[in-house]
Design a protein around this ligand. Structure first.
Ligand SMILES: NC(=O)c1ccc[n+]([C@@H]2O[C@H](COP(=O)([O-])OP(=O)(O)OC[C@H]3O[C@@H](n4cnc5c(N)ncnc54)[C@H](O)[C@@H]3O)[C@@H](O)[C@H]2O)c1
Length: 311
C-alpha cells in the first residue's frame, strides 16, 4: 500500500463493521487517518486502539463540522442508516442520513478536491430479473434504503460529471466476517436462546451473495491504486448465491446441532425484503484484478469462533 503513504484519509462510518476493518487495514499504511462517526451503531472501541487514527465523533448531517475537518486526499464514505426494515418505518430519517448525508460528504470532497469512494448496496437492484446481476442492470429499488442509496449514487454521478470530482461507487452484497450484523448473527443469537428451534423470517428460499469483509476491504484498497476505478461502479460480492434455509442448515451443522435444532419458517418476510441477491463480479475481477477468496463456510466457522469468544 505504498501508494497511500502520506495521503490524508477520511473514513465516515469508520467505527462500524466494515469501516473498522477498513481502518485496521489502512492504519498501518498512513499516518493521517481520520475516522468520522456519530457512534449511532458503531463503537469507538473498534478503532481507538489502532495506530495513527484520529477519531472524531461527528454526524455526516453536520455540514459545518464536516467542513471544519482537515483537508482529505481520499474519502471512504461508509456512514449510513443500514437497516432495511427501519428504512420502511422511518423513510425520512433513512433519506436524511443516506441521501443528504452523502450529499454533505460530496461537498466536503469537492471542497477538498478528494477522491471519494462511496459504499452503495445490492439494494439498488431491488428484485433483479437478471441473475447474476451486473452493474448495468440499472436501478430498481424495492425498499426506502435501496432508494436512498440510488439517490446517493446519482449525486455521486452528478458531482463526477458536473464538477469533475473523482468518485468510485462500490455496491456491496452481504458482507460478513468478525463483528458483522445480519442474518448469521441473528441465527446464532436465536439458537443460543433456544437450541431446539431456529425460526427463519420469510420462506427461507430467499437467497444472498455472501462476501467476506476482508475480500471487500481488498477491493476497496485496489480501487485506490491508480485511476482505473475513478468514474466506475463495481459489484463486490462472492459471485454465488445461497438460500437462507441452506445457510441455516450449514450453521446448525457447524454447531453440531443437526439432531437437535428444528428449522421453521414464518413464510412472511419483512417489508422491503428481496428474493435474490447474486452478483456478477466479472467487472471488478477484470478491472481491479480482484478475486474474493473466502468461502461462506469458512466465514461462518470464523464468525462462530468469534461469537463464542465474545460471549
Ligand atoms: N454490511 C453489509 O452487508 C452491507 C451491504 C451493503 C451495503 N453496505 C453499506 O456499507 C456501509 C457500512 O455498513 P456496515 O455494515 O459497516 O454498517 P454499520 O452500521 O456497522 O456501520 C455504519 C457506521 O456509520 C455510522 N453512522 C450512521 N449514521 C451516521 C451519521 N449520520 N453520521 C456519522 N456516522 C454515522 C454508525 O455509527 C456506524 O459506525 C454502509 O454504507 C452500508 O449501507 C453494507
Amino acid at each position: 500500500m505504498k501508494h497511500l503513504d502520506g495521503k490524508k484519509i477520511f473514513v465516515t462510518g469508520g467505527a462500524g463493521f466494515i469501516g473498522s476493518h477498513l481502518c485496521k487495514s489502512l492504519s498501518s499504511s498512513t499516518r493521517k487517518l481520520t475516522v468520522y462517526d456519530n457512534l449511532s451503531s458503531g463503537k469507538v472501541e473498534n478503532v481507538k486502539h489502532l495506530p495513527n487514527v484520529h477519531f472524531v465523533r461527528g454526524d455526516i448531517l453536520d455540514l459545518k463540522k464536516l467542513q471544519s475537518q482537515d483537508k482529505a486526499d481520499l474519502i471512504f464514505h461508509l456512514a449510513a442508516q443500514v437497516v432495511v426494515p427501519y428504512s420502511m418505518e422511518n423513510p425520512i430519517i433513512d433519506f436524511e442520513t443516506n441521501a443528504r448525508g452523502t450529499l454533505n460528504i460530496l461537498e466536503k470532497a469537492r471542497k477538498d478536491d478528494a477522491y471519494l469512494i462511496f459504499a452503495s448496496s445490492a439494494a439498488v437492484y431491488g428484485n433483479p430479473i437478471e441473475l447474476p446481476t451486473s452493474e448495468e442492470y440499472g436501478f430498481h429499488p424495492f425498499s426506502c434504503y435501496g432508494l436512498s442509496k440510488v439517490v446517493g449514487e446519482q449525486y455521486c454521478e452528478m458531482y463526477s460529471k458536473q464538477y469533475g470530482l473523482d468518485v468510485a461507487i462500490m455496491r456491496f452484497a452481504n458482507v460478513i466476517g468478525p463483528g458483522c450484523h445480519g442474518v448469521i448473527h441473528d441465527f446464532l443469537e436465536k439458537i443460543d436462546k433456544n437450541p431446539d428451534k431456529l425460526e427463519i423470517i420469510g420462506t427461507g428460499l430467499q437467497s444472498r451473495d455472501f462476501v467476506h469483509v476482508s475480500d471487500v476491504i481488498k477491493a476497496l484498497i485496489l480501487s485506490t491504486v491508480g485511476k482505473k476505478a475513478i468514474g466506475k461502479t463495481y459489484n463486490l460480492g462472492y459471485g454465488k448465491t445461497t438460500k437462507i434455509i441452506d445457510l441455516a442448515k450449514m450453521i446448525i451443522d457447524l454447531l453440531n446441532l443437526t439432531s437437535k435444532t428444528a428449522i421453521t419458517t414464518t413464510n412472511v418476510s419483512w417489508h422491503g425484503d428481496v428474493d435474490t441477491i447474486w452478483f456478477n463480479i466479472s467487472k471488478a475481477k477484470k478491472d481491479l484484478n480482484w478475486i474474493p477468496k473466502i468461502t461462506l463456510e469458512d466465514s461462518v466457522r470464523e464468525i462462530i469462533r468469534n461469537w463464542r469468544q465474545e460471549r
